[in-house]
Design a protein around this ligand. Sequence first.
Ligand code: 1CP
Length: 364
Amino acid sequence: MTNPSFSSTPTDQYSRFLAACRREPVDAIPVWYMRQAGRYQPEYRKIREKYSLLEICRTPELCVQISQLPVTQLGVDAAILFSDIMVPLSAMGVELDIQENVGPLIAHPLRSDADVQTLHAFETVESLPYVLDSIRQLKHSLSVPLIGFAGGPYTLASYLIEGQASRSYLHTKQMMWNRPDLWQTLMDKLGAAISHFLRAQIQAGAAAVQIFDSWVGSLSPEDFQTYVLPTMKRVFHLLQDTGVPIIYFGVNTGDLLPAFAESGASVIGVDWRTPLQEARRRIGPNQAIQGNLDPAMLLAPWSVLSSRAEDIVTQGVQQPGFIFNLGHGVVHHHPPVSVDVLRRLTQHIHEYSHQCLVERGNLV
Ligand code: 1CP
């Protein structure tokens, strides 16, 4: 039986996304997608013909327009600020660029004591006014909660030390193991910056925040515990009084999930390599879980995609606190992922999960 008042489209009054973050009952499983704003959208590609990625991030009018697109086009339950994890580093004295089909490039990679010293503390309000202006404008214009975000300390350190995207993180790990004192100095600076930056985003109107520690899964559980977890615990502790949900996400982190659960995050992001029920077993009952469709599945036939998505929902509804997402960002591909497929998937998850919740008798 379907609830006659149920609507797939998110409403102003009630946020199923925030309810799920808090492990409260929901009328349907909330949906949003990492990289839900980006190159698969014709409107985004048109804007990118005229402006660079960093120019868009620094222009609230464009940033607001792009952040809103997935909400109106796809019917998702949350918006995410359009920015990049590298943006706050430019306010810490780092000279950087983000190049098409390459990603972030750091002019002077940090390898020595003197290099790390050049990284200065950042004062959000003075140095990144456009980020906070965009959030304030979005708060007034959106019908769903806005997610603010920052890069995680390991992931930011990996770009700063390697100078660019890496597969092996050899320079990063060398600093971590050879110079644990210098590594800790860097972690302390990044941890302080991340917590200041996220607090400023929350004060400006972000209803939840996500820390993208995308590449932290390149560490063993032991190294994560020793070299990163203490910084994460400090960041989450510093933000606890804000009361907003904090999502901690990384790729390939199956073996780190028990440690993620110890970090103090309220929601844990999981990728597709770990089945959701197994992720729940590793995380325990006290945190919400977000994930975990393989983003490559967006290119699969609808029958394959929808049955995998239903399987994820079936596992996710077993406990309160589940948010449907991809296991990583919307893939960049030629031809691009179809807007129609993402819209259909969003509606399908809402309707299918509503039905599952009705059957389980644990609707809101
Ligand atoms: O020119 C373009 O349009 C390039 C593509 C692109 C986009 C759309 C980049 C370059 N950044 C972004 C926006 C972006 N970056 C968002 C937008 C909000 C949304 O999700 O809709 C977010 C959250 C990010 C965060 C980000 N940037 C991460 C963490 C998430 C992830 O994908 O793991 C990382 C690792 C980056 C670095 C980065 N920026 C851009 C690229 C191509 C990369 C990755 C490069 C690499 O492989 O290391």
